[in-house]
Design a protein around this ligand. Structure first.
Ligand code: ATP
Ligand code: MG
Length: 573
């Protein structure tokens, strides 16, 4: 391929629209252009990268026995209504109406479509297990599309769906996908981490996410992992062993109202009362659909809203606004407490359930209560874990190690769905015993476009992107320092031809540009290997090869340069 025959609009300056390094680099290096929020054109270099990631994914899916299909992007609303997710997915779903005013959906995932596809047709247990996948565009009306391809409204995903007779079968199917995911992401150059995750609106019995660890803002997720055992979970899911002593047998002291003028925050109240934050219990009021719920957690903890949402079983959870808090508590914001609080359901964190004689707001402006006790002073509706995990806490798995944190980009995930969709959509097969049973399902996603950008976020330096060989847009760039020079042109053309004959993906920079510009562009784009054909080298009958990742330079005689270049290319990653 010749540079002048491909479209690579590189930019000299960082585009203002980009925050992340990968986003800047992909724009500057001419891989993509924004159309509107969360929607991009993928230019020729990006298209090549996406093909490679897709092909690696395809190979590993096929190797795991999954079958490629293509399902529609356009879905009738009815399948989503039938599964019950029309309401659950809510605003994230891209919806439109056809000319007859019928509701349609631009698919953001395909559990409904695939379950409907096999329903009624795949009838015998003998046809199981089955796993089908596609690599296709998805639409999601994300609240905050950002970071380029990391969180788009239109993006490419590989999604696979497994169907089994029973839980045993699902476990096997799930493990095959997990193994395939490790192979896919390792082939993309990542040291991938598998972490436990929440099943969220997907439902089901268990899930994992595949994370690329980065130390930049691009790592939107916090990952918790144990320094002694295999435990690893994302922030939604992570738990830890609490240091809270069990005080339930302690003597319960009489409730006492204390004047705390203008002391609203945990810090202000604890300073004023000269108590540590863990003696305080925060009462956080939320609107859970059309109900108000109160979450009670220790003053030094943060709340995990995902856990609260799951526990309350609501579709939408948001913090109650100030007027609501005022009307519920009859006081200013900052003095909410569980005693005498009417019309709300209480969710107690496990730690709070073990505490005695704690401090809470008194639902009266400028007052708190001391010596509050659950059960005696207020009704307990639910006891559960509501805490956000924190680094340094004790591992919930081995109970010995301490939790560490990292930032991660979620590039893939796997869900054990169980029978949630097959039951909702009434998709049954006839088992060996002649009985109708719902399919036991799994679903498995890889963000193809997000993976491409995650590579750029993970592998770069001050000069540009550093693509692993497996997914680089071209493996080798040949840079003649002056293509107008007959001799340089001849040698560059010759090496180009020979490398192409070897089946390597080579791009020849035949532009009439200064050598410095060409070198900069080559580094910015991040081809794994650069062959420099320059006057000084040629005077000695040599060309120079530079490995992008390591900076290692090798000079070699012209004859047989192509063989040597291929050798070096062969041994780099
Ligand atoms: P997230 O928590 O990041 O929103 P998700 O849990 O919604 O992701 P899934 O529905 O499981 O993601 O989708 C499977 C994969 O698709 C994700 O692991 C991710 O790689 C990719 N993906 C999800 N949403 C987007 C998006 N808005 N833009 C680009 N890729 C995405
Ligand atoms: Mg999402």
């Amino acid at each position: 391929m010749r540079w002048t025959q491909i479209y690579i609009p590189t930019l000299r300056e960082d585009p203002a629209e980009a925050e992340l390094i990968s986003h800047k680099l992909l724009l500057r290096a001419g891989f993509m252009r924004k159309v509107t929020a969360g929607v991009y054109n993928y230019l020729p270099l990006m298209q090549r990268v996406l093909h490679k990631i897709s092909n690696i994914t395809r190979e590993e899916m096929n190797r795991a026995g999954a079958l490629e299909v293509t399902m529609p992007v356009l879905h009738p609303a009815e399948v989503w209504q039938a599964s019950g997710r029309w309401d659950v997915v809510g605003k994230e779903q891209m919806r439109l109406k056809d000319r007859h005013q019928r509701d349609l959906v631009l698919g953001g995932t395909h559990e409904e479509i695939i379950t409907t596809l096999i329903k009624g047709e795949l009838r015998s247990y003998r046809q199981l297990p089955l796993n089908m996948y596609q690599i296709q565009v998805k639409f999601r009306d994300e609240i905050r599309p950002r970071f380029g391809l990391m969180r788009g409204r239109e993006f490419i995903m590989k999604d696979a769906y497994s169907f089994d007779r029973d839980e045993e079968g699902l476990k096997i199917a799930y493990q095959k996908m997990v193994d395939a995911y490790f192979r896919i992401f390792r082939r993309c150059g990542f040291d991938i981490r598998k972490v436990e995750s929440d099943t969220g609106q997907m439902g089901g019995t268990g899930a994992h996410e595949f994370m690329v660890v980065v130390d930049t803002e691009g790592g939107e997720n916090t990952i918790f992992y144990c320094d002694k055992c295999e435990y690893a979970a994302n922030q939604d899911k992570a738990t830890f062993i609490s240091d809270q002593p069990d005080e339930r047998e302690n003597e319960k002291l009489p409730l006492e109202e204390v004047h705390t003028p203008d002391r609203k925050t945990i810090e202000e109240v604890t300073d004023f009362l000269k108590l540590p934050a863990e003696r305080l219990v925060k009462t956080l009021l939320y609107r859970a659909d059309d109900q108000i719920v109160a979450a009670l957690i220790r003053g030094d903890r943060q709340i995990n809203e995902i856990k609260l949402k799951n526990e309350s079983g609501c579709l939408e959870l948001e913090m109650a606004d100030a007027p609501t808090v005022q009307s519920i508590t009859g006081s200013e914001v900052g003095f909410a407490g569980p005693c005498d609080l009417k019309r709300v359901k209480f969710f107690l964190d496990e730690e709070v359930s073990k505490m005695a004689n704690f401090v809470t707001g008194a639902n009266k402006t400028d007052y708190h209560y001391k010596n509050v006790n659950a059960g005696r002073d207020f009704r307990v509706d639910h006891i559960t874990d509501l805490k956000l995990a924190e680094g340094g806490e004790r591992c919930p798995h081995c109970e010995k190690g301490s939790l560490k944190t990292d930032r991660g980009i979620e590039v893939g995930n796997t869900f054990m769905l169980g029978t949630k969709y097959s039951e909702a959509l009434k998709a049954y097969f006839v088992d060996a015993d002649g009985k109708d049973k719902p399919f036991v399902m799994g679903s498995y996603g890889v963000g193809i476009t997000r993976t491409a950008q995650a590579v750029a976020e993970r592998f770069n330096d001050k000069y540009g992107i550093i693509w692993p060989k497996s997914i680089a847009p071209f493996g080798i760039v040949i840079t003649p320092t002056n293509y107008q020079d007959e001799k340089l042109k001849e040698i560059a053309d010759q090496i180009h031809g020979e490398l192409e004959k070897k089946g390597l993906e080579v791009i020849l920079d035949d532009r009439d540009e200064r050598a410095g510009v060409k070198f900069n562009d080559a580094d910015l784009i991040g081809f794994p290997l650069r062959v420099t054909v320059g006057e000084r080298g040629l005077a000695k009958g040599q060309v120079e090869v530079k490995v992008r990742r390591t900076g290692e330079v090798t000079s070699m005689d012209l004859d047989p340069a192509a063989d040597k270049i291929a050798e070096i290319y062969d041994r780099i990653d």
